[in-house]
Design a protein around this ligand. Structure first.
Ligand SMILES: Nc1ncnc2c1ncn2[C@@H]1O[C@H](COP(=O)(O)OP(=O)(O)OP(=O)(O)O)[C@@H](O)[C@H]1O
Length: 720
């Protein structure tokens, strides 16, 4: 038979199996629905007949409905490509591998879940170590239709006469396909080095490093799905937390886990970690470096302990016809004493009352002594302690504190200078105060870690919340379309496993914020030191180790193949990052496309037309997405330039927000602006240059970013 006919015949064979699987899926669905209906009927019966109100009956109903709903949720996940693999063994029956395990009515296996031990050979078998696998087949489907098959033969000597072998590389085919607006899962083509990471033990800390496009994010997400499958009892209840750098990124990866049937994972961007507030704004690199540094702990502590701006500066109270007065200095002494005796201020109001009463009693004693008399100290304290005017004073002098309010106080430069004495220099105080004063912009991503730090320092406010003005707490600053509150308690800190993506960029303060949520967690930490935008790695490493607590089991994996970029694009990126990366840290790109990156000179005044023309050209050249990457402060401007090109494949993204994303084609505007806006310069440009899978065009008016002499060939922009 000719190759196309063999292929067609093999597709037909797999189609008949895939049909059986979907029919069975339909049956299972009907059964689950029936079970749910029965469960509800028990419930209705319970309303009608008193006998059914017995607790055991209601419990049975709840369990039935719960299980039925869970099964339906699993069966209803977007199972595009439900079956994607087949293993033909030398000594045992073939198995099919898919996104979930399905058995037929006789309990025979129709599909094995990809995470089950029996499916491991699909990813781990090689020609050197075939693990009894003669032929490994990747089956590509669209919905229920089998489109293609692709085989690897691992034991050529064991191939039976009637076994057909077709195809030439499922991985390459997958990599060459157009990208959409969200990331896809890679279950069908996970590579052996990646599989080793996915199935690594769950305890302790697993670090995944590797250059751009090596699949770190994809692997970390598949690892989360794998861990939840294999260790559901240990990990499922407390939950898995996945943290990414930005909301654009979490949105981009949001479909990977649901497509594998995992809906029980909390996915948040760094700007959303604190319940109830959503920050998407990036600070300038300089500001982010100040806000992220561990020095801020001291600044925040002092700011919180400072006299609140509206606090009264004098206390006057009449006791037995005599005016007792506490002056500002005396009040401050009392305030300091309350703080030094420890405890979060929101838990110290009683102590504050006691020490104030003590000070008043001292005053009364002073007066009495001067007049040769005496006071009953105990009685004074009891009487004044019951007085409404004393309590009125107390609530304004020792108010309930909220994180947003205290951080807002730092807009006052003098107050900030007090809090930052010998910690921040004058210039740092000025930039930080100006940023806090500019509240119209809302919180920045770096502010969230500061708010979280304050939350813990000040302790939870009493249940009744104060409203108005700056005294907003997290609850009140919730964005209307902010992240939905999970069903877990507010500020939940008992996750069993935490995945941190783009971990190289986390500031020390952000590590503290995440660490708080993983007091009992094991960790998967993903990062590429070469893409780091955090200027002080040693400080971040220290905060990171503290976040991991005493977890001693640590394993580190380095992925070395770049699956995203064409070899041509990565060659340019590698040259640009040059001496900023050790040779060893750069991965190997496997796919050549024949399209070398285009470097185009523009005049600053003609940038608008150049961006429009190049974006259009790229949209015509690729089937998938096109990203226009520019400096953070030009995003709005560039979006305006492109507003006439209504194509949902086209996206404008700022350099810092481009972390972790990918597009089929990228138009990169003014590389020197990207270098200038980041403290780590070239590394941010390296990130931007490694976002494209197929085509890259760089528009520049300043050539200084180019590695010397390496890319002399420049193109003129068509029509310019
Ligand atoms: N085994 C694989 N099969 C198919 N595609 C893969 C495989 N591994 C990685 N990819 C693809 O390569 C691209 C890069 O993967 P991913 O974004 O996870 O890399 P990364 O290491 O996190 O990159 P970066 O650090 O640059 O953000 C994605 O499109 C991913 O789907």
């Amino acid at each position: 038979m000719s190759e196309p006919r063999v292929r067609r015949a093999e597709i037909a064979i797999e189609q008949s199996h895939v049909d059986r699987v979907y029919n069975r899926l339909g049956e299972l669905r009907s059964q689950a629905e029936e079970m749910r209906t029965k469960g509800y009927e028990i419930g209705h019966g319970a309303q009608r007949e008193a006998v059914f109100e017995q607790a055991s009956m209601l419990f049975e109903r709840d369990m039935m409905v719960f299980h039925a709903n869970q099964t339906l949720q699993t069966l209803d996940a977007e199972y595009e490509g439900l079956v994607f693999g087949r293993l033909d063994h030398a000594t045992t029956e073939p198995i099919y591998v898919g996104r979930l395990g399905i058995r037929d009515a006789d309990f025979d296996n129709l599909v094995t879940d990809w995470r089950a031990p029996a499916a491991a050979a699909f990813y781990q078998a090689t020609a050197e170590e075939p693990m009894d696998v003669v032929r490994r087949r990747v089956i590509r489907c669209s919905g229920r239709n089998v489109l293609d098959v692709d085989d690897d033969v691992l034991m050529p000597e064991a191939v039976p006469e009637d076994m057909a072998v077709v195809g030439e590389g499922a991985l390459m085919a997958a990599l060459g396909r157009a990208r959409g607006s969200t990331m896809r899962d890679i279950v069908a083509t996970i590579q052996r080095e990646q599989d080793e990471v996915i199935r690594a033990p769950w305890r302790g800390v697993t670090e995944i490093t590797g250059g751009p496009g090596t699949g770190k994010t994809a692997v970390a997400l598949h690892r989360a799905a794998y861990l939840l499958y294999r260790y559901r009892r240990q990990l499922g209840g407390a939950g898995v937390f996945v943290v990414g750098p930005s909301a654009v990124f979490t949105n981009y990866i949001s479909r990977v886990l649901p497509a594998m049937g995992e809906t029980n994972v909390e996915l948040r961007a760094l700007g959303q970690v604190l319940d109830g507030i959503e920050a998407v704004r990036q600070d300038s690199a300089r500001l982010a470096a100040i806000k992220g540094s561990l020095r801020m702990r001291k600044v925040l502590l002092r700011a919180m302990r400072d006299t609140p701006p509206d606090a009264p500066t004098e206390m006057r109270i009449v006791y037995r016809g005599e005016v007792l007065k506490l002056q500002a200095k005396e009040l401050e002494r009392v305030r300091r004493k309350v703080h030094t005796q420890g405890g979060p201020p929101n838990r110290s109001r009683v102590r504050a009352a006691e020490l104030l009463l003590d000070a008043l009693a001292n005053k009364a004693e002073e007066h009495a002594r001067a007049e040769g008399g005496s006071v009953d100290r105990g009685e004074l304290i009891t009487r004044l302690g019951e007085r409404i005017d004393f309590h009125r004073f107390l609530v304004v002098w020792w108010p309930v504190l909220y994180p947003a309010q205290v951080l807002g106080w730092l807009a006052d430069e003098r107050r900030l200078a007090r809090a930052g004495k010998q910690v921040l220099d004058r210039e740092e105080v000025a930039v930080l105060a100006a940023s806090m004063a500019d509240r119209a912009k809302g919180w920045s991503i770096a502010d969230i870690a500061l708010l979280d730090e304050l939350r813990v320092l000040m302790g939870p406010p009493p249940k009744r919340r104060k409203r108005g003005g700056l005294e907003l707490d997290a609850e009140q600053t919730r964005d209307s379309d902010g992240p939905a509150r999970p069903q877990r308690p507010e500020h939940y800190d008992e996750y069993s496993h935490i995945v941190v993506d783009e971990a190289q960029d986390l500031s020390p303060m952000q590590w503290r914020m995440i660490g708080r949520r993983g007091r009992y967690a094991s960790w998967t930490v993903v990062g590429d030191p070469v893409q780091s935008s955090w200027p002080d790695p040693a400080e971040a490493a220290q905060a990171r180790d503290t976040a991991f607590g005493g977890r001693t089991a640590r394993r580190r994996f380095t992925l070395r193949t770049n699956y995203r970029n064409s070899a041509e694009i990565f060659e340019l990126a590698a040259k640009v990052v040059g001496g900023h990366a050790e040779e060893d840290a750069l991965p190997h790109a496997v796919r050549a496309t024949g399209h070398t990156p285009q470097l185009r000179r523009i005049e600053p005044a003609s940038a608008e037309g150049a961006v429009q023309a190049t974006a259009k050209e790229m949209l015509d050249a690729v089937a998938g997405t096109v990203g226009v990457i520019c400096a953070m402060d030009r995003v709005t401007e560039v979006e305006r330039w492109l507003s006439g090109q209504a194509d949902e494949r086209l996206k404008v993204v700022g350099s810092l927000d481009s972390k972790g994303l990918e597009y089929d084609a990228v138009v990169l505007l003014e590389p020197t602006e990207l270098i200038a806006e980041s403290l780590t310069g070239r590394r941010v440009l390296y990130v931007a240059l490694t976002r494209a899978t197929q085509q890259l065009a760089v528009l520049h008016s300043d050539e200084s970013w180019l590695p010397e002499g390496s890319f002399a060939a420049q193109e003129a922009l068509p029509g310019m």
